[in-house]
Design a protein around this ligand. Structure first.
Ligand code: S3P
Length: 169
């Protein structure tokens, strides 16, 4: 039984790399945001707008801790998941956490086209995006850095992740 939790800021590649890593390891892939959307029957942006962030964070934590995970899974978490409640402790106690680390500049470039589906970014102009990322990342990095593994996200590929993970087992 193995759970690998991919953590990191929005846009760092958790879902894209997670899917590829799952294939390479022969594990199932779980996207936490998608599971939440399945449970609530709407997209996260709509839920945020109707119920607010605090309600979303409760739901996120509940889903993280109660989801019926496949025996072996790579799990892409949301960018805020490690920051709230005891989620980071829970992930470290229940699996292997891997932080995909990326600079604000690299994240901003990758997020320019992905703002719409992310309620925290939706209303930001491009010139405000980098500042927002810098501020949030400063707050969040202390949580992210509690991951068991930290890998630089630029040019990261699933083979390199697989090698690091297998060396830990
Ligand atoms: C969030 C990140 C999103 C999603 C929600 C909030 C965040 O996930 O959970 O919009 O607080 O960073 P991604 O990291 O997959 O974009």
């Amino acid at each position: 039984m193995m759970k690998i939790f991919l953590i990191g800021f929005m846009g760092c590649g958790k879902s894209t790399l997670g899917k590829k890593l799952a294939v390479k390891l022969g594990y199932d892939f779980v996207d936490l945001d998608h599971q939440i959307e399945k449970n609530i029957g709407t997209v996260i942006g709509t839920y945020f707008a109707e119920h607010g962030e605090a309600a979303f964070r409760k739901l996120e934590s509940e889903t993280l801790k109660t989801f019926d995970y496949p025996a072996n899974a790579v799990i892409a978490t949301g960018g805020g998941t490690p920051v709230f409640f005891d989620n980071m402790d829970w992930m470290n106690a229940n699996g292997l956490t891997l932080y995909i680390e990326m600079s604000p500049a690299a994240l901003a470039k990758r997020l320019e086209n992905g703002k719409e589906k992310r309620p925290l970014l939706r209303d930001l102009h491009d010139d405000a995006l980098i500042e927002f990322i810098e501020n949030r990342l400063t707050e969040r990095d202390v949580f992210y850095k509690r991951a068991a593994l930290i890998m630089p996200g630029v040019d990261l590929n699933a083979d390199a992740m697989r090698a690091v993970i297998l060396s830990r087992q």
